[in-house]
Design a binder for this molecule. Structure first.
Ligand code: VGL
Ligand code: ZN
Length: 195
């Protein structure tokens, strides 16, 4: 059972209004993750990082520009805000991604073209982080991309499967694919003290 210490980081991916039920790109069950992620905030992580998908109004990922997604998480809009129920007191770094109108950025670590990087890998290393735990949405897009980049950057990478939801794919298949790449899966109960 993994014991959380100061060399661990919690990554909270895109827990924004537009990804919650009723939002522009709703992920089923995303609202149920909020109390789960709030609970994790009580553990002694060395750093808690939250991301926000933060797009210009004419972003390349939007259908009106031939992209796969409805308009979502437009910078500064209500839909781009973090869930109001998410406990923000523990968030040490708030990272916005997808700001460039011509390239999407699923991963917290950089753009999909793998050229533009956010610097998160260096930031984590500088803070002495060796292991990252991933939570949030969507498991099949931004969580998976972030987990792959974390693993590639040399961090021990753990997806907290019951603190994530997929938008399209079956979560089991995604976790299986990630596991084959060296990314582990654990449940929140593995980290939290028994009630
Ligand atoms: C996401 C699709 C488009 C995500 C963001 O957070 O997984 N998915 N933009
Ligand atoms: Zn997006």
């Amino acid at each position: 059972m993994p014991v959380v210490t100061a060399t661990d980081a919690l990554l909270i991916i895109d827990m924004q209004v537009d990804f919650l039920p009723g939002g522009a790109l709703a992920v089923t069950g995303a609202d149920a993750l909020v109390p789960v992620i709030n609970q994790l905030g009580h553990l002694p992580f060395g750093l808690v990082v939250a991301t926000q998908d933060w797009h210009p109004a004419d972003h390349v990922s939007f259908r009106k520009r031939g992209g796969p997604w409805p308009v979502h998480c437009v910078a500064g809009s209500e839909g781009a805000a973090l869930s109001p129920a998410l406990d923000q007191a523990r968030i040490g770094v708030l990272l916005r991604k997808g700001l460039d109108r011509d390239i999407d950025s699923y991963s917290a670590f950089g753009d999909n073209d793998r050229i533009g990087r956010t610097g998160l890998d260096g930031l984590l290393r500088d803070r002495g982080i060796t292991r990252v735990f991933l939570t949030g949405v969507a498991l099949d897009y931004c969580v998976a991309a972030s987990a792959r980049d974390a693993c590639r950057a040399g961090f021990d990478t753990v997806v907290l499967h019951d603190a994530c939801r997929s938008v399209k794919a079956m979560s089991g298949r995604i976790l299986e694919a990630l596991r084959a790449e060296g990314i582990r899966a654990a449940s929140c109960a593995d980290l939290l003290p028994a009630p």
